[in-house]
Ligand binder design. Structure first.
Ligand code: KIV
Ligand code: ZN
Length: 520
């Protein structure tokens, strides 16, 4: 493949992705996502917006320190203070990139920035020159480029390239573009910006009209060679261009596009998708392209027959090429610990002996309750049971009385330091009542921000996986719990969040009677 046939993948899950309401991740979670991206072979990781907060600064710094095989980018507005913060956070990076942006559309210049076009060009040029003092790798984004006046856009691009920008990114900030028009914009930029050959053209599309991937592909067809995207398409509002879709579209239709994201180890895609879903709490819909649970499932008899005779009849990609492990019946009641260990290893999960013992106990319990145990069940068990934090509180048991015309009554028993503490409670629903009881026992006051439940596999005996995001005194914590009983899964998820909060704050003040405000 010629050099110009490579499309660079610039992943912004940790910056634009994390800007999605409710998607915020803590430092350790961001680090794990960065490692998954490195394993996958993305070219550039945008790790955050360092000036925004100390948390953002610290996580960019940590990613810059630990990730060796990708360029690490930090975002900055076109002001010195932002560029200083980005440069300082990126100091440990082997290949630091400062990404500066400034809006160029009439709407943004007039109403948001209140600056004339001449001032915008000057500010952009100064910012790029200033960023170049810290690194050779400077990217410039004219925010809202797709709604900017084309002639003015050409002028801005020519000026920032002259000032030293190596990459010029063309954001469709509000997801307004349509593929043909956006592709033409890229072609026009190539024809009208005299020094464009000195920079890589990048694209950054939002999905407000559901066209982020189509727009990005159209841009690639017209000469863009960097695509900015996020795992599972998470991001502001309707999200960003989805990484897995762009990568697999380029790979599957290389005959048409003539280029590909050659460095990407596509077999890592599903694993990264699961990780991002777990930490953002955004459940991947079953029909989502590439990473949805149904993406490789064939229900109709005609299709199944075709697949058995020749997979290419109905499959344009092989499930194993994206790391999709499918619904294979992997383990049964009589499978031993070695079989479990081998299967988890195949799924990319390595456990310590102690963790394996815990996971095996859960697997045995589950195989007693459930006829078939699938890969998804095993992953849920591992995520639910094998904790990175030592649990302060564990579930001893609970009882629930609930019905259409009675107020739900619960008793929850939690264990801590070898002792069991119990509490009875009522609530708007049985889950709310359980959460109130947990609050009363632990004294840890939390505000439930998100609650999501999904079935891990198919069938009446499927496990339910609950994900919650809880705000404990300003600290937002994710919790996951899985069980064949959805109330138990909900209790475990909340308790997981409580334990993480305890580990993070190491303080457990008493607070009683908090209404979680949900009718669960
Ligand atoms: O959507 C956008 O315009 C952005 C820029 C900062 C690149 O995220
Ligand atoms: Zn964006």
């Amino acid at each position: 493949m010629k050099k110009n046939d490579q499309v660079l993948i610039f992943d912004t899950t940790l910056r634009d992705g994390e800007q999605a309401p409710g998607a915020s991740m803590n430092e350790r979670e961001k680090m794990e996502v960065a490692q998954a991206l490195e394993r996958m072979g993305v070219n550039i990781i945008e790790a955050g917006f360092p000036v925004i907060s100390k948390g953002d600064f610290d996580s960019v710094h940590m990613v810059a320190k630990r990730i060796k095989n990708c360029s690490i980018a930090g975002l900055a507005r076109s002001v010195k203070k932002d560029i200083d913060a980005a440069a300082s956070a990126l100091k440990p990076a082997r290949r630091p990139r400062i990404h500066v942006f400034l809006a160029t559309s009439k709407i943004h210049m007039e109403h948001k920035l209140r600056k004339s076009p001449e001032e915008i060009v000057r500010i952009a040029v100064d910012a790029v020159k200033y960023a170049r003092k810290f690194t050779d790798d400077v990217e410039f984004s004219p925010e809202d480029a797709s709604r900017s006046d084309k002639t003015f856009l050409y002028q801005v691009l020519e000026s920032v390239i002259k000032a030293g920008a190596r990459t010029v990114n063309i954001p469709d900030t509000v997801g307004y573009a349509v593929p043909e028009q956006y592709g033409r914009l890229i072609a026009d930029i190539r024809s009208n910006v005299p020094n464009i050959h000195k920079a890589v053209i990048s694209v950054h599309c939002h999905d407000d009209l559901g066209m982020a991937v189509a727009n990005s592909l159209s841009a690639v067809k017209n000469g863009a060679r960097q695509v900015e995207c996020t795992v599972n398409g998470v991001g502001e509002r309707a999200g960003n261009c989805s990484m897995e879709e762009i990568v697999m579209a380029l790979r599957t239709r290389q005959d048409y596009f003539g280029c590909s994201a050659a460095t990407i180890k596509t077999q890592e895609i599903c694993r990264a998708s699961r990780l991002v879903s777990k930490y953002t709490g955004f459940v991947v819909p079953p029909n989502k392209a590439i990473v949805g649970g149904n993406a490789f499932r064939h229900e109709s008899g005609i299709h199944q027959d075709g697949i058995l005779k020749e997979p290419s009849t109905y499959e344009i990609m092989r499930p194993e090429d994206v790391g999709f492990t499918g619904l294979g019946l992997v383990l049964g009641k009589h499978s031993g610990r070695h079989a479990l260990k081998a299967r988890l290893k195949h799924l990319g999960v390595e456990l310590t002996e102690e963790q394996l013992v815990k996971a095996f106990e859960r697997f045995k319990d589950l195989s007693d309750k459930k006829k078939e145990v699938f890969d998804e069940d095993l992953i849920a068990i591992v995520e639910d049971e094998v904790r990175e934090v030592k649990d302060v509180w564990s579930l001893d048991g609970f009882e629930v009385t609930s019905g259409t015309d009675i107020e739900p009554q619960v008793e929850v028993r939690l264990k801590t330091g070898g002792k069991v503490q119990k509490k009875r409670s009522t609530g708007d629903g049985p889950i709310d009542a359980c959460y109130r009881a947990i609050e009363a026992i632990t004294g840890l006051k939390g505000r439930l921000l998100n609650y999501g439940i999904q079935s891990v596999t198919h069938g009446k005996d499927a496990m339910g996986e609950v994900r919650v995001r809880v705000n404990f005194n300003g600290e937002k914590v994710m919790g996951i719990g899985a069980s064949t009983d959805i109330i138990e899964a909900s209790v475990k998820a909340y308790l997981n969040a409580v334990n993480k909060a305890c580990a993070q704050s190491k303080s457990m003040g008493k607070a009683k009677g908090v209404n979680l405000g949900l009718q669960l």
